[in-house]
Write a protein that binds this ligand. Structure first.
Ligand code: M6R
Length: 366
């Protein structure tokens, strides 16, 4: 079953070009973004929507945080994102025109299911589930559904489910934008073209594995690591930190790089490697100055850049570049290196990569 791979996690990381292609094919209907992809009644539901609330847990929550950037910038819909287990226990202000989006690989996560029930009990009936398992509990309880086509994910650490969720969410943003008259034909074709090229770029990123394996040596013997990103890449820093702690048991945190000076800079020293997600986007110059703050305090930087982000390696600054900048889909591409970094750090530590201690693949208890 594992083929040439040592673990399901490694296999699932490498299955991403296929998983993404399958999901994208399901999403591109006749060379257009069409509401019908989200369910029969989607156009009517979307027409009522004035804002979005996304509920999820763990990695799926980080997909939600990424989606907020797309939904607000492309579809211009105010979007909130909440951890499912928090939302269900607080008094919120219901809005019947808000689309409740749940994201769950398994479709069985109790926290997310209960959050959905809570929303419905408050009278929020516009619901969409993004899920990887057909006919699981969460899609069954939702009016609209989109199934990612990642295939069965066995490793406890979510990998291909996450990147396919991101594709589904990007498509949701583009579809809502189109329905709202905010996406002209040219922009629609540009987004479709970017989606079609994504799997190829992901394959190139996977080819960076030997270099990333080298980097893992600098993490496996450390107690702590810090992940930095800005803007839409901040959730990818969060995901990188979660992957590392989950499977290698190395304590890792993520911060939006601009927050460094408001506290975490005090932690920086040569014993804590700092990973930076730094593709060539509008915030790159800001990220570079945040990197200077780390370097000046003796921190060692491990930078994931892309072909267009101009960096020079120097003492204490290591750089790995993805082969090209993929624009608005960049967070999907930049997920691949942080997955591989966590995987190789865990291998060096000899932990149980596919079944990390204390964790279950599907969390059906509170
Ligand atoms: O099946 P779900 O997407 O609802 O699962 C949510 C989390 O339990 C899950 O993403 C968890 O955080 C993963 N083990 C992360 O790799």
């Amino acid at each position: 079953e594992l083929g040439p791979y040592s673990h399901f996690m490694q296999k699932e990381i490498h299955e991403q070009p296929r998983a993404l292609t399958d999901t994208i094919e399901a999403l591109i209907d006749d060379n257009h973004f069409s509401p019908a992809l989200f369910g029969k009644n989607a156009a009517a539901v979307f027409a009522q929507v004035d804002s979005i609330l996304i509920l999820a847990a763990g990695t799926s929550y980080y997909a939600a945080l990424t989606a907020k950037y797309w939904l607000e910038s492309i579809a211009k819909l105010p979007t909130n994102v909440e951890i499912a287990s928090e939302y269900r226990y607080r008094e919120s202000v219901p809005n019947p025109r808000q689309l409740i989006v749940t994201i769950s690989q398994s479709g069985e996560t109790l926290d997310t299911m209960e959050a959905l029930k809570h929303a419905k009990a408050l009278g929020q009936h516009l619901t969409l589930a993004i899920c990887n398992v057909q006919e699981s509990a969460i899609p069954r309880a939702s009016e609209l559904v989109f199934y990612t086509r990642a295939g069965a994910e066995i490793g406890v650490a979510s990998t291909k489910a996450f990147t396919t969720q991101l594709v589904a969410l990007f498509t949701l943003a583009a579809t809502l934008a189109k329905q709202r008259g905010l996406l002209d034909a040219e922009a629609e074709q540009a987004h479709l073209g970017a989606l079609r090229q994504l799997a190829g770029s992901v394959q190139h990123a996977l080819n960076l594995e030997p270099q990333i394996r080298e980097w893992a040596n600098s993490f496996a013997n450390k107690q702590h690591a810090l992940f930095l990103g800005r803007g839409i890449h901040y959730p990818i820093a969060l995901e990188g930190a979660l992957k590392l702690k989950e499977i290698s048991y190395i304590h890792a945190e993520a911060y939006p790089a601009g927050e460094l000076k408001h506290g975490p800079l005090a932690l920086v020293d040569s014993a804590m490697p700092v990973v930076v997600i730094a593709p060539n986007d509008a915030l790159l110059e800001k990220v570079k100055s945040n990197m200077q703050e780390v370097k000046a305090r003796g921190g060692e930087l491990f930078v994931f850049a892309d072909a267009d982000s101009h960096f020079t390696e120097s003492e204490g600054v290591h750089v790995i570049r993805t082969p090209r900048h993929v624009g608005v889909l960049s967070p999907i591409l930049h997920t691949i290196p942080v997955q591989m970094l966590a995987y190789h750090a865990a291998l060096l530590k000899g932990t149980d990569v596919d079944k990390p201690r204390n964790l279950a693949k599907s969390v059906t208890v509170e």
